[in-house]
Design a protein around this ligand. Sequence first.
Ligand SMILES: NC(=O)C1=CN([C@@H]2O[C@H](COP(=O)(O)OP(=O)(O)OC[C@H]3O[C@@H](n4cnc5c(N)ncnc54)[C@H](OP(=O)(O)O)[C@@H]3O)[C@@H](O)[C@H]2O)C=CC1
Ligand SMILES: CC1=C(/C=C/C(C)=C/C=C/C(C)=C/C=O)C(C)(C)CCC1
Length: 320
Amino acid sequence: GVMLLLLTVAGLGAVTLLAVLFAPQIRKYAAGGVCQSAATLAGKTVLITGANTGIGKETALDLAMRGARVIMACRDVEKGEEAAASIRAANPKAQVEVRELDLADTCSIRAFAQKFLREVDDLHILVHNAGVMMCPYTKTVDGFEMHIGVNHLGHFLLTYLLIGQLKHSAPARIVVVSSLAHNFGWIRFHDLHSQGSYNSGLAYCQSKLANVLFARELARRLKGTNVTVNSVHPGTVNSDLTRHSTLMTILFTIFSMFLKTPREGAQTSIYCAVAEELHSISGKHFSDCAPAFVAPQGRSEETARRLWDISCELLGIAWD
Ligand SMILES: NC(=O)C1=CN([C@@H]2O[C@H](COP(=O)(O)OP(=O)(O)OC[C@H]3O[C@@H](n4cnc5c(N)ncnc54)[C@H](OP(=O)(O)O)[C@@H]3O)[C@@H](O)[C@H]2O)C=CC1
Ligand SMILES: CC1=C(/C=C/C(C)=C/C=C/C(C)=C/C=O)C(C)(C)CCC1
């Protein structure tokens, strides 16, 4: 008994010592790919959802540093203003502005788009970044399960409302922040809103698979418009995303050294938004600023079309 305890303590001590000794190497490896593009964005307009924290905030900061006018769409305007203020503090010339958008409410999405179309002339880069993970069973204002409602349907409606603006601003790009988690997802057409059975992890994975399928289907439909759309896995990033899961929060805190910082996690979104070599690349998936594997269920054209149709139906729109 005592022997085992001593061995355990010695083992943990050795692991900790190794982690401390090799901290710089571990951090460098965990950081992953970096966007090397020096592209500047003067005169370009960018819209980022969920830009008040995490990956979205870092994406906003980077694109603003490149000279873009960045509109930060946030459900909590106060939190958005704090983030905008910190970006302006980093660069007084940064053109950032906050607008209210709650993706869990189609009225809010429609109101946002209406105001946006009235007050903003172009849209060159649209980043679908906002996301919720592993929340308790909740429904959006319109009765959609929260994950599919916010992560997929909310962004679907937003894109539908802004697509004309993107087309007239072409060349334009859409970046959909999905996840490696799409590998573990299936679109449960018989129970899209998990009313029969709910597993918060699977609901998240379903919504991230929906992100991949949406990006591919939209890319197919946008052929020839000079508006491209790609999906992204940002990496495993130490952010507020784990807020609904105590276990994940504890694990992410303990292993934070092996995770990306939000700034590191923003690199692939930034890469897809600006890299010159991607100007005609559409319908692809990226991770660490490089093409990435898509699960078979994310490559099914039939599933993508079916998801498109049901999304239109649920949102009461005709988009062909
Ligand atoms: N962190 C990770 O390891 C990974 C993240 N991703 C994806 O990256 C994206 C960004 O996540 P990350 O920065 O890590 O997480 P955060 O939780 O830090 O940021 C999520 C953002 O989405 C916003 N948001 C949530 N619900 C809504 C809503 N109803 N309407 C508008 N905005 C909303 C949040 O606003 P508020 O602060 O007000 O809640 C917040 O700004 C997500 O799509 C996530 O799925 C993918 C793979 C791994
Ligand atoms: C198992 C395990 C970990 C991995 C967690 C992973 C891989 C989480 C991925 C989350 C994603 C992809 C979320 C967003 O979409 C940690 C935390 C490293 C700690 C050690 C145990």
